[in-house]
Design a protein around this ligand. Sequence first.
Ligand SMILES: [Fe+2]
Ligand SMILES: [Fe+2]
Length: 229
Amino acid sequence: MKKDKSVFTEKIRSLLRETMTQEGMGLLNNDIIQLPEIWDRPSSSTAKYHKREDGSVQTIAEHTYEMLEAAIIPHESPRFELLGIPGSRIKKEGRKEVKRQLRSTAIDMVCASIVLHDTLKYGPENIDLLLPMDHGGDDGKASAIKRKHTTTKHPKLIADFVSRRRTLYADHYTETQTDMIIEALRFHAGKWSPDAGKFFTFRTKSPLTFFLHFLDMMSAGNKIKLVGG
Ligand SMILES: [Fe+2]
Ligand SMILES: [Fe+2]
């Protein structure tokens, strides 16, 4: 079932507004405006992965939304603790209230990693991501919107992008938390990540890195189903 692109970008926006802290959301918004708008582009340009039942390919927005929902739902459970974040102890409150009480930098880390992980899936490869932050040109954005195929370098590209902005991250996250976000982005494709090396293992990585990879694989393999759209 093909869904309108704006449905998923709007769903992402409202889920983040309910779940993230104001500071975490502000920081993420600052990142997003620097990145290409590829939300309505297919998650797999070869149509090999990210297929729905009818054979159509999900968009990056739909893929991202699925991952966010799958990450947030366990945190809402009163009997669950994930990544050291205790699930909600509130049983009778509505979902909105539960999310409000869950707000923390730890949840921000999960949300930011998911939202950012594929934002450079279509490049840009021709923009120097190590340029100073105030580099104002949008040539890179435009090329990413037109580029036909996804790039396998995207985990490295987005990790380097955040790495370059770590002074901004220091306003909200600790050094360790920023390192965890960068690592999760860098290795979200597991052993297929460009920086993985020959002997890649998740054993030496943070749980956030494995969690992001797990959600990514589940969504790419159509193993996350959102009942009711
Ligand atoms: Fe990816
Ligand atoms: Fe992905």
